[in-house]
Design a protein around this ligand. Structure first.
Ligand SMILES: [Zn+2]
Length: 85
């Protein structure tokens, strides 16, 4: 893990390094309620959605995560694994 943050200790937020780029990954996991509403979901704790954003700093504690890289491309990827859109 390239950065371990107190705010990220729940395991639903993590950082990923891809060459010179650093990505923040956020995921949303299924709760009891989600399971009742969405029958495509199979179990509690299943990942429903992931958002992946390129960052230069940790947005929670401000630590710099990239080394000498000035350009961060403002883009994100969104993956939805649930049946409810
Ligand atoms: Zn942090």
């Amino acid at each position: 893990m390239i950065h371990s943050c107190p705010s990220c200790s729940l395991g639903e937020v993590w950082f990923e390094e891809d060459g010179p780029d650093v990505y923040l990954n956020l995921n949303r996991v299924a709760t009891d309620e989600d399971l009742e509403r969405d029958h495509y979901l199979e179990y509690e704790g299943q990942i429903i959605e992931i958002v992946k954003i390129q960052v230069a700093f940790c947005p929670y504690c401000g630590e710099k995560l990239t080394s000498g890289k000035e350009v961060v491309v403002p883009q994100f990827q969104h993956h939805n694994f649930g049946g409810r859109k």
